[in-house]
Design a protein around this ligand. Structure first.
Ligand SMILES: Cc1cc2nc3c(=O)[nH]c(=O)nc-3n(C[C@H](O)[C@H](O)[C@H](O)COP(=O)(O)O)c2cc1C
Length: 488
């Protein structure tokens, strides 16, 4: 129940709701888990359950440590994590419920509520149930997954990297980590990341290594704070997580450094980040393409602590399950509402990276293009987006078939488009010739008014006519749904 203190509490709730399947074993030498993650998404989309695989074959060896994945497939799942009480399977309804719940934690100056974490004793910290040091701290005892045959190797794909800087305070960020040896992993900080800024500070101070602790398998809200940039530089992800949870996150001191780590994590890896860099990758990235090899830092692991019978949490970037960025989306919606008053909703569908859909309450001609320009000009969103589709308020931005219906029937490529020839862009988009540069487009798929080249009278659309003129009809059918199929 909300607030979940651990990944396990969340998984137990999912399982109780029938949203988590347990599967006896999978052969990851045959990429079975990866194909399963794809197929779940292909066939079930946001209705897909999470999965827990009890044993996994990797390099011919059966690992008995369970692997859990695909656990944030729907807005219902996210709503549950943020404490929405009445959770159901209606994707659009759950989107609205989760967004308003998240927005309720933000004041008019976009400050999020915070509750400082508390430190607990080692005895009260499940992540300390087993402590492995020296030769015993061997990463190969656990089933870290190679997601894709084209990946450079096995990865700790869902770790929260916790660092401390004397000036900047604490940072918690999700960065991929490639296994390089029994006690060595790469850690990839993009140069936009706070982790990278922390490294630069340490290098400026002439330090050759930076203490770090990495938590794997933590409570869902802390995990979302780690994975999205809600916290500005120097702000504390765990305090934000506490604010959303209405309850402090419990932390415990690491064994070999002073970094405080989530007490209820599945694993904690402690060590030092070297300020030297090495080659890392390639890796199947969130854009859905195998990225280039990069030069990045690595971590020498000194100690591994874990729960008894720990679970590995794995993530397949680019395959469904990406709704965990919703708090990020909501934080930008809140800011955009100040400068683009007609904007109602903002959705970045997980399967279509670089695309953002904005839903507006359009009054004036030109407001569609104006909203698109403001979104692209707002670095926090515009940087990673290349296509902005603006739709009217009767179009649910989370329903791609309705969005494409609007594109096909309300959009005139000329004049209702704005092409920006080149501007700054996320460097991992495979279509870009120059790093950090891309052309971009605003597609104004709102009904065009006469003043912007639309018809004098816009015809009613069939569905909106039913929704507006027979407002109870859909509710009636939803209520009787099971009855129609003899189940009510
Ligand atoms: C599964 C997953 C993997 C990610 N991998 C990386 C990564 O390897 N490097 C990176 O810089 N950002 C990565 N990100 C994005 C960062 O986690 C995100 O930008 C976060 O805000 C970083 O924390 P920071 O803002 O404190 O740097 C990843 C996000 C997710 C959800």
């Amino acid at each position: 129940m909300f607030p979940y203190d651990s990944l396990r509490d969340y998984a137990a709730d999912l399982e109780q709701q029938g949203k988590l399947v347990r599967i006896r074993e999978m052969d990851q030498d045959a990429y079975e888990m990866t194909a399963f993650a794809y197929r779940l998404n292909d066939r079930m989309k946001e209705k897909a359950p999470g999965f827990l695989i009890e044993r996994t074959k990797i390099n011919g060896r059966w690992y008995e440590t369970p692997v859990i994945g695909s656990i944030f497939n729907s807005f219902a799942a996210i709503a549950r994590c943020f404490g929405v009480q009445a959770v159901n399977d209606n994707h659009a309804e759950m989107y609205d419920a989760a967004v308003s719940r998240i927005l309720s934690y933000c004041d008019k100056d976009f400050k999020w509520k915070t509750i400082a974490p508390v430190t607990v004793d080692k005895k009260a910290a499940p992540c300390k149930q087993v402590i492995l040091t020296g030769e015993h701290a061997d990463l190969d005892q656990f089933p870290w997954i190679q997601n894709n045959p084209s990946d450079g190797g096995r990865y700790i794909s869902a770790g929260s990297v916790i660092m401390h800087d004397p000036e900047l305070g604490r940072n918690v960020g999700t960065y991929r980590m490639q296994l390089k040896g029994p006690r060595k992993v790469g850690v990839y900080f993009t140069n936009q990341s706070h982790g990278y800024k922390f490294m630069l500070k340490a290098i400026e101070r002439g330090e050759g290594k930076v203490p770090v602790s990495v938590a794997v398998g933590i409570d869902p809200v802390s995990w979302m704070m780690s994975s999205t940039r809600l916290a500005d530089l120097g702000e504390d992800e765990f305090a934000l997580a506490g604010g959303f949870r209405g309850k402090p996150v419990e932390l415990v001191k690491s064994e070999t450094n002073d970094i405080l780590v989530p007490a209820h994590a599945e694993f904690i890896l402690e060590g030092d980040i070297s300020t030297e860099t090495e080659e890392e990758g390639p890796y199947g990235e969130m854009m859905g393409y195998i990225g280039k090899k990069v030069w990045t830092f690595y971590i020498d692991i000194k100690t591994i602590t874990h729960r008894k019978k720990p679970w590995v949490y794995n993530l397949w970037p680019g395959i469904g399950g990406a709704y965990l960025t919703l708090p990020w989306e909501v934080s930008h919606l809140a800011r955009l509402k100040k400068i683009a008053p007609s904007i109602l909703k903002l959705h970045t569908p997980p399967d279509t990276p670089s695309v953002v859909i904005a839903c507006i309450d359009k009054r004036l001609p030109g407001e569609g293009i104006e909203t698109g320009m403001l979104i692209l000009g707002y670095r926090m969103i515009g940087f990673s987006k290349k296509v902005v589709i603006v739709v009217d308020k009767d179009v649910d931005p989370t329903d791609l078939s309705r969005v494409m219906h609007a594109v096909g029937t309300r959009w005139q490529p000329d004049p209702a488009s704005l092409i920006i020839k080149q501007t700054t862009h996320i460097p991992i988009d495979p279509s870009c010739r120059e790093m950090f540069m891309s052309s971009k487009i605003v597609i104004d798929a709102t009904r065009q008014q006469p003043g912007e080249g639309g018809p004098d009278i816009y015809p009613e659309d069939n569905r909106t006519a039913v929704e507006e003129k027979a407002p109870a009809a859909f509710a009636l059918v939803d209520r009787k749904w099971q009855q129609y199929f003899g189940e009510g």
